[in-house]
Design a protein around this ligand. Structure first.
Ligand SMILES: [Zn+2]
Length: 310
């Protein structure tokens, strides 16, 4: 019996210790900040606009919130740096429940946008016009099963523009070079030497090699994908930025990660750089990017610019 008691005490102490560690870790998790991406998780409670933290920053998405059993309203802050359009998502909510979102300018009693009833399955709002400033996002539990529930709130700035090769800023050729014949901008690979893929066909004057990841410069829809001897594998993405239709095409890609019809957001990985088609030199791994604004070919560098170290 003494032995049993001893073991039971040891067991209780061990479990107690594990629970304490777990609790500390969850507190750390709640306060976790990712400095590189600007993603900051919710700090509970935020039952009022005053309690909500102004940490849904410009780059932020994938913000996690928790509804507790009797928690019917949750507040978030959204800091918009410039006039743009945003999409707002709400996800990971029980199917039978009804949550709605309201978007208020800070210190205002009048919301500028409200999600549609019973539409809260995935993407709630698309193309919502916002001016620069701080907004309150209010998530209201309307009806359904009131249980402790983690949900996901995120937003995307759909007019955001990003440099298409995060790991390389090397511009190897410019728009209208080669006596006006060059219809885009070339960004060459950087970093480790590209992988040789001798079994892949489609590279006209060198073995096929892969390079850096290519991300979409704009939010939009994959409108076409094709392959030819000159451009190799090409991904085309159509976007709408400040009322203009932009058609961006990414050439010579080694491998694409999208399909026609896919909706992509600026910064989403769409392909891997390559040297498919006709490229110059023995390696030739680069991104050739073209941009058409309302059907007219323009210099992509009027929209995109390499990130600077500051
Ligand atoms: Zn080129």
């Amino acid at each position: 019996m003494n032995h049993l008691k001893k073991y039971r005490t040891l067991f209780v102490v061990t479990i107690g210790f594990m629970l304490s560690v777990g609790l500390c870790l969850s507190v750390l998790y709640v306060y976790h900040t990712d400095a590189t991406t600007g993603v900051i998780y919710e700090v509970e409670p935020n039952n009022s606009s005053e309690e909500a933290t102004t940490n849904m920053v410009y780059e932020g998405f994938n913000q996690y919130g928790t509804f507790y059993g009797d928690d019917m309203v949750d507040y978030w802050k959204l800091n918009i740096e410039r006039a743009t359009k945003i999409n707002i998502f709400l996800d990971q909510i029980p199917k039978e429940s009804n949550y709605n979102l309201y978007l208020y300018p800070e210190h205002s009693d009048t919301f500028i946008w409200k999600s549609e009833e019973e539409e809260n399955a995935y993407e709630l709002g698309t193309g919502i016009d916002v001016q620069a400033g701080v907004y309150d996002i209010v998530v209201v539990f309307e009806e359904g099963e009131s249980v402790k529930q983690n949900y996901l709130l995120r937003y995307r700035d759909v007019e955001k523009v990003v440099w298409p090769v995060p790991d390389s800023t090397v511009i190897s050729d410019y728009f209208l070079s080669r006596g006006g014949a060059h219809q885009g901008v070339d960004i060459s690979w950087a970093g480790t030497f590209p992988l040789v893929q001798a079994d892949l066909s489609g590279c006209m004057n060198a073995p096929c090699r892969s390079g850096n990841d290519i991300v979409s410069a704009f939010s939009g829809t994959v409108s076409n994908m094709y392959q030819n001897d000159t451009s190799g594998s090409v991904v085309e993405i159509e976007s709408s930025i400040q009322g203009d239709t932009l058609l961006a095409s990414y050439h010579h890609v080694f491998r694409s990660h999208v399909a026609i019809g896919d909706v992509v957001h600026a910064g989403d990985r769409i392909a891997v750089m390559g040297n498919t088609g006709h490229t110059i030199g023995m390696t030739g791994v680069h991104l050739h990017m073209e941009l058409r604004k309302n059907g007219v070919l323009i210099d992509p560098l009027t929209y995109i610019s390499p990130p600077t170290d500051d």
